[in-house]
Design a protein around this ligand. Structure first.
Ligand code: HEC
Length: 200
């Protein structure tokens, strides 16, 4: 009987606890767990993690699922080795040429010019790059062109971070097309056309 009375009193007093008189005031949180955990900025220092960074470096040897192996150093000798070892894995198509054209226009024309003549708009401020339709560039193997985009060459920076490998291979197709067009033009007796100038 005593127990029944206790249960009754508890049940009757429940509404008193569950309703807060001021609806703007937060209720008491029971075990909020991680809801109110302190937030860290991704690039801020961190005293808890092993390497002292909030966004920890991946364990050594980790390879992203999209990452393609590129086992070459950054030197002309390695570029030559890439030229002997790598073949363009992307088959040619109209779509590939279109995308290669767009990627080249976006990333390479500031220096190399739209037709690859080495006369892009920033060349007034930057050392003149060589023509990509000249015999030297024509003799570079596909893998060598890919290596130059991936690792850079001399003062030309690497474009590995900006351009996906597949797009770099499409640019290789685009360079070959520019070289072919320039050869056809030269055979017709026309001087190498300067790239149409784009204002920087
Ligand atoms: C910031 C300017 C700049 C940009 C952007 C740039 N390049 Fe270059 N590129 C150069 C310069 C300068 C050289 C000469 C480097 C050297 O050997 O010192 C060069 C060299 C090259 C060569 C070697 C040519 C040869 O005959 O040896 C290739 C191929 C090439 N670039 C392709 C590209 C492609 C493809 C892109 C776009 C993904 C690109 N470059 C973007 C400045 C640039």
């Amino acid at each position: 009987m005593k127990r029944l009375t206790l249960v009754f009193i508890c049940a009757a007093s429940l509404p008193l606890f569950s309703c807060e008189s001021d609806p703007g005031k937060p209720n008491i949180e029971y075990m909020p767990d991680m809801v109110t955990s302190s937030a860290y900025e991704a690039f801020s220092a961190n005293t808890i993690t092993k390497d002292g960074r909030t966004m920890m470096a991946p364990p050594k040897g980790t390879v992203s699922r999209k990452q393609e192996p590129f086992d070459f150093g950054a030197s002309p000798a390695e570029a030559a080795r890439a030229g002997k070892t790598l073949d363009n894995p992307v088959p040619e198509s109209d779509l590939v040429h279109k995308r290669g054209d767009v990627a080249f226009a976006r990333w390479c024309t500031p220096c190399h010019g739209i037709l690859g003549q080495g006369d892009g708009p920033i060349t007034r401020l930057f050392p003149l790059p060589p023509s990509l339709t000249a015999p030297h560039a024509q003799d570079l193997a596909d893998g060598q062109l890919f290596h130059i985009m991936t690792s850079g060459q001399g003062v030309m920076p690497s474009y590995a971070q900006q351009i996906e490998p597949r797009d770099r291979w499409m640019i290789v197709h685009h360079i070959r097309k520019m070289q072919y067009d320039a050869q056809v033009q030269a055979a017709q007796g026309a001087p190498a056309a300067p790239s149409p100038q784009v204002k920087p």
